[in-house]
Design a protein around this ligand. Structure first.
Ligand SMILES: Nc1nc2c(c(=O)[nH]1)N[C@H]1C(S)=C(S)[C@@H](COP(=O)(O)OP(=O)(O)OC[C@H]3O[C@@H](n4cnc5c(=O)[nH]c(N)nc54)[C@H](O)[C@@H]3O)O[C@H]1N2
Ligand SMILES: Nc1nc2c(c(=O)[nH]1)N[C@H]1C(S)=C(S)[C@@H](COP(=O)(O)OP(=O)(O)OC[C@H]3O[C@@H](n4cnc5c(=O)[nH]c(N)nc54)[C@H](O)[C@@H]3O)O[C@H]1N2
Ligand SMILES: [Mo]
Length: 784
């Protein structure tokens, strides 16, 4: 099936984020998915007490929600799941896997919800219907035959706390810590960085802090597309005249202006809210230098204040009582010259000083950040530099201030909380042993990058995917995908068909599950599930729509059955009871993690949920020094890959981004409204000066080639050139189309998050094919 892209164009978007464009886009997708009535009713329950948690992002859901507590992209995700379309057995009879591998990500998911458990049949090259019992029995037998450390249990960050908890128990009782998850490609730099700096792996800011803050710094997060509900607190903040200072290589519309699509007066009136009061187009990867510059400006202000007999700029009491490592940090800050910081950050000294001036006069500062910080070679250092800046003025552990990573998947933070991690040191092994009578494996398991390495070298033989689209989300896709065929077992638990399901191993299973919008009945009783959001808030939800098919099973039931089929009663875990009553799973969670989950069953219904306890709020630092730690980056240039590859003026730094019309590898459509691109995703955004300098023209076609490790050819494209407001030397293309360019070893040091935001590339002339041309942006859209 070929889907219409619509007429392609590129026209810079001049409206605010939100507004009529957003309302129009929501209606469009409800209409297309034939989910208008069901979807509209469902939207009223979204993120409400006793409603269901949005399947889109992890941003906090307020206890006193708006009448409509959702955003454009949450509505799209809801319609996508509630769609009337079905990828039924007929579909699989009609299409072989070889054929389907020629389809785009959009086309694959567009056929709607999976309906039946299936097994791949080599002879017909098709998926064929099986019964659940056949699937459980065969998979259980195959798992028993494999050696546990050869099997990987991947999780994308959506599954509830209950499902995630039993998933990790299953893996560990089976005998492995191989529990990679999507956060290995996402906020692992946060978990590693914040743990070292302040003794917790999560952010310190809650929704209430936004009501008290008097300054926000915003680094590398695209709020308008990826967490639009956050625009509401930001708008409130701006109404109090609080400054918001943004660092981003490109001018993201949601960070510039916003019209609340749920406010009639705003929708009809001429005003929009200005979000960022300063906007600094930092070079890709230049943030550590930029923050160093802000710190340098603060130290200079401190010196001036001292000599003028004015009050100090730094919070000396806090620094003395609560921090360690300040002297070394200050020394390093002083070493850098302004010229060097300007060159590394791509910003002027005055931009860094302007930030410092506002920062220094604010008493309660929040720093918000996203993938623009974590997905770099120096992703951990980036996160820790943000903490360093906050510490200078005591901006952690007081109301209205703190560090605020914006997580991705709706329960990705919660999965870690209940044990999904490859590191056994992060789970209470003794508790698990005393409660369930088995010892968890002692050695570390595989995270995502390690899993890819294992697939490449043949040591990984079995893969269970609890959601997600592993083969599209990981780096180096054109190397990892061909190696996938050597798996002896691939089990995918999913709602919609995607690329990963189309690359079979020896024995391949596709198990369709309920989404969380759907009512989950066990023995006739509707079940409740829980999640933890980006601000550490834990709360209960319930599905509201009738299941998309009779054959669908809940994720929790599928895991419990697989565990039973594999382990029988070899461990003292009552899988069958748990499957019928999720409250029993919550009881087990509260026994394993009592400090977080005590009185779980009642507290989960508190309006807005309950907060996990965070010592940092009381300025208790669970670090080895017992203090908050200044961590000084080794160099400003940790991206030493360039040394192993091509250097010079032809190499650009590429960031891979999300459009406004996708949720990760799920592509809802081909428009990126806020960036002005319509009808195509096959584009690369470049600075006009680079285009001319390198001998290309706007609207021309190029392939991108990775400019490190010349012995391995990594290419993607052809992409059409869009002349864009992006710093010189920088480029942007869409994820997952550009994933083949990211070398597997090109990841953040210590966290192993693929450096998807800093890939050195060169441009090659490349002719487009007929289909590319059919969706090309007309030359007249870009003045050459
Ligand atoms: N609608 C929608 N919502 C989503 C998702 C989705 O795909 N669609 N994905 C979910 C997931 S899993 C996640 S992790 C989040 C992702 O949400 P974001 O963290 O916003 O991720 P990206 O879209 O990858 O964009 C990151 C931003 O970082 C900027 N950036 C890139 N490199 C740099 C840099 O070196 N420095 C600075 N300062 N900025 C930089 C880019 O210009 C871009 O604005 O969103 C979640 N929510
Ligand atoms: N180059 C580049 N690569 C990246 C990134 C980047 O910015 N650039 N971002 C990275 C990030 S932040 C992340 S989080 C990963 C995302 O990686 P993943 O989490 O692996 O990918 P998703 O695209 O979110 O997974 C989509 C699939 O999940 C399934 N699904 C949807 N809902 C459900 C459900 O309720 N239950 C189950 N069982 N299945 C469901 C559907 O089948 C759908 O096709 O990608 C990473 N990869
Ligand atoms: Mo993510």
């Amino acid at each position: 099936m070929k889907m219409i892209h619509g007429t392609s164009h590129f026209r810079p978007y001049t409206s605010a984020a939100g507004g009529w464009g957003s309302a129009h886009s929501v209606l469009n997708i409800l209409w297309r998915e034939q989910a208008l009535i069901k979807g509209t009713t469902a939207l009223l329950k979204l993120n409400k007490p006793k409603g269901f948690a949005c399947v889109s992002c992890a941003w906090a859901k307020p206890g006193d929600p708006h009448a409509l507590e959702f955003c454009e992209n949450g509505a799209k995700a809801t319609a996508w799941e509630l769609t009337s379309r079905r990828t039924s057995p007929d579909f699989f009879r009609a299409h072989s896997l070889t054929e389907l591998r020629g389809w785009s990500d959009f086309e694959l998911e567009q056929h709607g919800r999976l309906t039946h458990p299936m097994r791949y049949d080599k002879h017909t090259d098709r998926y064929q219907v099986v019964t659940w019992e056949q699937a459980y029995e065969a998979i259980g037998a195959q798992l028993r035959a494999l050696s546990p450390d050869d099997v990987v249990f991947y999780a994308s960050g959506r599954a509830s706390l209950e499902t995630s908890f039993i998933y990790q128990l299953f893996a560990r009782a089976y005998g492995t810590n191989n529990l990679p998850d999507s956060s290995n490609m996402c906020h692992e730099s946060t978990s590693v960085g914040l743990q070292e700096s302040i003794g917790v792996p999560v952010g310190t800011v809650s929704l209430a802090d936004f009501e008290h803050t008097d300054c926000i710094l915003f680094f590398g997060q695209n709020v308008g597309s990826n967490s639009p509900r956050m625009l509401h607190p930001l708008q409130e903040v701006r109404k109090r005249n609080v400054p918001i200072i943004t660092f981003n290589p490109i001018r993201e519309r949601g960070l510039e202006r916003f019209v609340n699509p749920q406010s009639p007066t705003e929708m009809l009136g001429p005003q929009s809210t200005v979000i960022s009061t300063q906007y600094h187009q930092v070079a890709i990867g230049g943030d550590t230098a930029a923050v160093m510059g802000v710190a340098k400006a603060l130290l200079e202000m401190e010196e001036r204040a001292k000599s003028n007999g004015e009050p100090p700029v730094l919070d000396h009491d806090f620094l003395a009582q609560h921090t360690d490592g300040l002297a070394q940090f200050m020394e390093r800050v002083q070493q850098y010259t302004w010229a060097e910081l300007e060159r590394r950050s791509g910003l002027s000294r005055s931009a860094m000083e302007a930030t410092a001036t506002v920062y220094a006069r604010s008493e309660k500062v929040i720093i918000v950040y996203g993938m623009g910080m974590t997905q770099h070679r120096h992703g951990v250092a980036n996160v820790q530099m943000l903490v360093n800046l906050l510490l200078l003025r005591g901006n952690i552990g007081k109301p209205g201030a703190g560090i605020c990573p914006v997580r991705g998947h709706s329960n990705v933070q919660g999965q870690r909380t209940v044990g999904i991690t490859e590191d056994p040191a992060k789970v209470p092994g003794e508790k698990i042993e005393s409660l369930f009578g088995f010892k968890i494996p002692e050695h570390k398991g595989l995270a995502t990058v390690d899993t890819c390495e294992g697939v490449l070298n043949g040591s990984v033989k079995g893969f269970i995917g609890l959601g997600g689209n592993f083969l599209r989300a990981v780096p180096d896709t054109s190397r990892v995908e061909p190696a996938w065929a050597q798996l002896s077992l691939s089990v995918q638990i999913a709602t919609k068909l995607n690329r990963t399901h189309l690359v079979p191993g020896e024995s391949t299973w596709l198990l369709p599950c309920l989404g969380r919008i759907e009512i989950d009945r066990q023995l006739g009783v509707e079940q409740t599930y829980t999640t933890e959001d980006s601000t550490g808030c834990i709360r209960a939800w319930r599905g509201h729509a009738e299941p998309a098919g009779e054959q669908l099973r809940s994720e929790l039931a599928i895991i419990a059955e697989l565990a039973l089929a594999t382990l029988g009663d070899t461990v003292a875990i009552p899988w069958a009871h748990w499957k019928h009553d999720y409250a029993l799973v919550r009881e087990a969670i509260s026994k394993v993690y009592p400090s977080i989950f005590h009185d779980f069953e009642t507290r989960m219904w508190e309006p807005g949920g309950f907060h996990r306890p965070l010592g940092v709020a009381q300025r208790q630092w669970a670090t080895p020094s017992g203090k908050a730690q200044f961590i000084t980056p080794g160099t400003l240039d940790e991206d030493d890959d360039v040394l192993t590859g091509e250097v010079g003026r032809d190499v650009l730094q590429l960031m891979t981004l999300r459009s406004n019309d996708q949720f990760n590898t799920t592509v809802y459509g081909y428009d990126d409204r806020f960036r002005g691109v319509k009808g195509t995703r096959k584009v690369v955004f470049l600075n006009r000066n680079d285009i001319v300098r390198l001998g290309f023209v706007p609207g021309g076609w190029v392939r991108l080639r990775t400019a490190v490790e010349p012995t391995v050819r990594r290419e993607a494209g052809p992409f059409q050139i869009i002349a864009y407001d992006i710093p010189v030397g920088c480029a942007a293309a869409y994820y997952p189309e550009a994933n083949a360019l990211v070398p597997l070893w090109h990841y953040a040091k210590r966290s192993k998050v693929p450096a998807a935001k800093s890939v050195p590339v060169v441009l090659l002339h490349a002719p487009p094919d007929a289909e590319d041309l059919a969706h090309a942006v007309p030359a007249t859209d870009q003045v050459v």
